[in-house]
Write a protein that binds this ligand. Structure first.
Ligand SMILES: Nc1nc2c(ncn2[C@@H]2O[C@H](COP(=O)(O)OP(=O)(O)OP(=O)(O)O)[C@@H](O)[C@H]2O)c(=O)[nH]1
Ligand SMILES: [Mg+2]
Length: 572
């Protein structure tokens, strides 16, 4: 996973939260290896000379078969049999290319090192030979189908290797090389009934398994016996050839024609000649080689588009559809709580004023100007008191709303974890960041704990209340003359009560205006909780689309042979 490489780098980690950056990284990380792989294959492609590769397990008889064919096509140089192994694995280490001709057909026979030996030593040679080949013969000395790993993760089965190596080939044949040691076997049919069954009958036969892994590019199987074919054709062996005594042994029992007929080499040579690819087939076979890495990159990009971006975005969208109305309910609750405060705080304020002012009247201050001063002080005190009450009660309402929002976000997060949206590290980072923007600062969320609270949330509101108190002061002053000492306390009280009852609706109106501003601010804030998450959803959908588009570009590339060639050429 690419972010593991760079996770310790803070700058890159921040960039990772930006899905468009991550998408670009993912696309770059898919295209880099693709270009390298394509360039490597392109380097080995041969566009003019048809090449026929012989591939298969070590010791299967590939080199022996090629020796026999070179003799058949009279294209052998000196010392026939030199390339044949001595029975130990990995005899052929480097791919040998043997030019042959038959009538007007010219082609190369590629003697490829064997699989299933010490493959590390020959893997690169096998790969490059297969890149070069236009048709492949899978040579096996076993009539049974190649084995798969059977789920053993520790090793790659022969069948899996065949699939990986030969799937990109345009045409693949199987060759069963029947190894015989005794010349007497030549009088028997080359394969037994059991072997025929094992080669061709049913899904679990050699043909069945090969077709299963290679599809219709698999052409079928051929039976032959390479060594008798070679020995029959090797009539000019050097005297010191290790095959001379073996040839003698066979010729003592059967003649060369019988050996050749038994071996099936001549028929195989005829088939090979028929199968030599034309120029068009060469080009098709070559272009086919370039497909698997493109398909791999497409597949990788499509998967990444969904796991990293698409699926998390879909799941988040589903959740936001529910979160929107839920925030609406939370905002409604907060509104109700704030509206309820209108009467509550107005009543408290009037009650306090009434109580304190009546007390002052009862005290019977000697000087009426002292009483008036006291009344004005009470008014000023209650003005501050009212703002404080409003602040603390609004804060409680906001705290409740904050808790509900946090809980709603926690449920969204839990759901996203349950549906594995957080498997995308990029998404998990972005989501957590968006939630943090909303919640990490606790109640500072809406600036209520700071000294700036009144200046932010309550700006309009407090100003309205203060302006309202001016009206109250005026109203109280209108009954100033009742506070002269000529009036009885009971009269003063009666006037004050009357006056406060008149003031009350005006104060209520002021409080209402102040709280309406609070309510709007709070509602906007609660509903706004969804905004950063909506941005996450949009950004991830856009990132998914850009990775999908990159996969789409590669798909159209894969469908256009001349563009593939241009791409490969520029990659090289
Ligand atoms: N008896 C018998 N032995 C054979 C036959 N074909 C090949 N052999 C023997 O099998 C051994 C391996 O043959 P090679 O042709 O070198 O096998 P290879 O597939 O090229 O092996 P690598 O180069 O290691 O991949 C040699 O000792 C051959 O003599 C056959 O038809 N009959
Ligand atoms: Mg060999």
């Amino acid at each position: 996973m690419f972010w593991l490489n760079i996770k310790n780098n803070k700058r890159d980690n921040q960039l990772l939260e930006d899905p468009s950056y991550s998408a670009a990284v993912i696309i770059g990380e898919a295209k880099g290896p693709l270009k390298r792989e394509i360039a490597e294959i392109w380097r080995h492609l041969d566009w003019s000379h048809p090449s026929v590769a012989f591939y298969g397990e070590t010791n299967a008889g590939k080199s022996t078969l090629i020796e026999a064919l070179r003799l058949l096509f009279r294209s052998h140089g000196d010392r026939p049999g030199e390339s044949i192994g001595d029975g130990r694995p990995d005899y052929t280490r480097d791919t040998a290319s043997h030019p042959c001709s038959c009538d007007d057909a010219r082609f190369n026979l590629l003697d490829v090192p064997g699989i299933e030996g010490n493959e590390a030593k020959v893997a690169a040679e096998i790969e490059s030979a297969l890149h070069r080949a236009h048709i492949v013969f899978y040579v096996t000395a076993d009539a049974r189908p190649p084995q798969s790993s059977g789920g053993d993760k520790g090793r790659t089965g022969t069948l899996e290797k065949i699939k990986r190596h030969l799937k990109p080939q345009a045409k693949v044949w199987a060759v069963y090389n029947k190894k015989i040691t005794n010349p007497r076997q030549i009088s028997n049919p080359i394969v037994s009934e059991d072997e025929t069954q094992s080669l061709a009958i049913g899904e679990n036969s050699l043909d069945g398994k090969m077709r299963e892994v290679l599809g219709n590019h698999y052409q079928g199987h051929v039976v032959l016996s390479a060594l008798p074919g070679f020995l029959a054709l090797a009539d000019e062996l050097p005297y010191d050839s290790r095959f001379a005594p073996q040839r003698e042994k066979f010729l003592n029992r059967v003649n060369a024609e019988e050996m050749l007929a038994f071996s099936g080499i001549a028929e195989f040579g005829a088939l090979l000649k028929r199968e030599v690819p034309t120029q068009d087939q060469i080009a098709q076979a070559n272009i086919r080689k370039l497909h698997p890495p493109i398909a791999k990159a497409i597949n990788h990009l499509e998967q990444e588009a969904e796991t990293q971006f698409g699926r998390p975005a879909d799941e988040l969208r589903k959740q936001l559809k529910k979160l929107g109305p839920e925030l609406g309910l939370i905002a409604d609750d907060a509104s109700k709580a704030v509206s309820r405060l209108i009467d509550e705080v107005t009543n408290i304020c009037i009650k306090n004023m009434r109580k304190k002012m009546l007390e002052e009247i009862d005290k019977g201050l000697s000087d009426d100007s002292a009483l008036k001063k006291k009344i004005e002080e009470i008014l000023a005190e209650e003005q501050v008191g009212l703002a404080k009450t409003i602040n603390s009660k609004v804060r409680a309402a906001a705290e409740n709303a904050y808790k509900s929002c946090k809980e709603a976000l926690r449920l969204v997060e839990k759901y996203l974890k349950d549906v594995n949206a957080f498997n995308s590290k990029i998404f998990s980072l972005s989501f957590s960041h968006a939630v943090e923007v909303n919640t990490s600062s606790g109640i500072d969320w809406i600036g209520l704990t700071t000294a700036a609270a009144a200046a932010t949330l309550l700006t309009g509101g407090v100003a309205a209340i203060i302006a309202g108190f001016g009206i109250l002061l005026g109203a109280i002053r209108s009954i100033w003359n009742f506070f002269d000492s000529d009036y009885h306390k009971s009269q003063q009280k009666q006037e004050l009560n009357k006056n406060l009852d008149e003031i009350k609706p005006k104060l209520r109106e002021n409080v209402k205006q102040a709280l309406q501003k609070v309510e709007t601010d709070l509602r906007t804030h609660i509903l706004g909780v969804i905004d950063p998450l909506q941005s996450v959803e949009r950004n991830f959908e856009a990132a998914a689309n850009s990775v999908r588009a990159a996969a789409g570009d590669l798909k159209s590339l894969a469908q256009n042979p001349s563009r593939i060639c241009q791409y490969a050429e520029s990659a090289s």
